[in-house]
Design a binder for this molecule. Sequence first.
Ligand SMILES: Cc1cc2nc3c(=O)[nH]c(=O)nc-3n(C[C@H](O)[C@H](O)[C@H](O)COP(=O)(O)OP(=O)(O)OC[C@H]3O[C@@H](n4cnc5c(N)ncnc54)[C@H](O)[C@@H]3O)c2cc1C
Length: 380
Amino acid sequence: MHLELSDDHKMIQKTVREFAEKEIKPLAHEIDQSGEFPRESIRKAAELGFTGVYVPEAYGGAGLDHIAQTIVIEEISRVCASTGVILSVCTTLFCDPILRFGTEEQKQTYVTPHARGEKIGCYCLTEPQAGSDAANQKTTAVRKGDCYILNGTKAWVTNGSVADTAIVYAVTDPTKGPKGISAFIVETGFEGFKVAKEEKKMGINATATAEISLQDCKVPAKNLLGEEGIGFKIALRTLDDGRVGIAAQATGIAQGALDEALGYSQERVQFGQPISNFQAVRFMLADMATEIEAARLLLRRAAWMQDNAKRYTVEASVAKLFASEMAQRACHKAVQIHGGYGYSRDYAVERMYRDQRITEIYEGTSEIQRLVIARNLLST
Ligand SMILES: Cc1cc2nc3c(=O)[nH]c(=O)nc-3n(C[C@H](O)[C@H](O)[C@H](O)COP(=O)(O)OP(=O)(O)OC[C@H]3O[C@@H](n4cnc5c(N)ncnc54)[C@H](O)[C@@H]3O)c2cc1C
């Protein structure tokens, strides 16, 4: 693994940073306040290949690697965490499981338009009673002729109220526990698929998080992903990829907070001098920079393992755990450096402080990441 980015990766970083500064940053405050899903930004991101960075070109993607994906999500999240996670979900939680487990027809029909950004995807695993204990699924899928009939409720679905297609997990055999769960590709226009509620949240306000109700939702049998009974395996495999995406989101938010704090500390004058002259402020900036660098290296290691076809479940958890808790510390310091202004909605660090919080919760809480890491240490 090279610690330096290759020339190609540096070029991608330059391109995405320019795009983020020009197209995404100017809208970040507005969509945070309005909660409007940034459709036009996603369309523009798609033109540059950011909706399917590592999806093969044959299926509408940019055909790049996972390191490139982390660069894109980090740079977008540096200026807007909502747009960053929307893009991450489209690729890591939607396209990835179909690429890995889907039939050729499913890849052509579903991956291609989503990787091109013509359609939006989402991932429906969580249920009201099944959060960390994701295997405790109550949604059922019963085979009837050439269809499955799905019934149940899915909670906290990112992109849920705007998505065109969802990966839905449901129980096909209640006698088999996790091995009785299957995964389905469900078009949101299928009869019985309904957005029940849009969630009002602390942060990432533009991500269209929704509760989904499935009432006799009729799904063609050919939309079963993989085989019956391997749904939970698909869900966990998908989360490995998703967690690297959230580590990239958290690292980007923290870098954005550091950039804001650096700028502000050199402008704000107290006691006749910029506050950046004070050692207490310098130490906060130094700690932020050090931790961000450490998170980025963990993130790149996980992505490098993906690119080199190595098992990376633990590395994904390590990167997500450290990056998300690091982002919490970095955003806390950035608000502190801004003093009272950091508490105002007029300053970006206030939004970053709220947006960061979710990175410690979704795609497995910090406690669940620690369980994964400890299980590996103890081999239990
Ligand atoms: C904004 C947002 C977007 C989301 N997007 C999606 C999405 O797109 N798709 C999707 O399927 N889900 C999504 N989720 C759901 C998310 O993944 C869950 O909220 C998360 O996994 C935690 O589940 P829970 O909220 O039910 O908390 P719980 O599982 O009830 O956990 C509550 C607390 O108990 C702790 N805890 C639970 N079990 C253990 C244990 N064994 N050991 C130690 N501590 C434990 C947790 O760490 C936590 O601190 C989203 C959630 C939010 C808030």
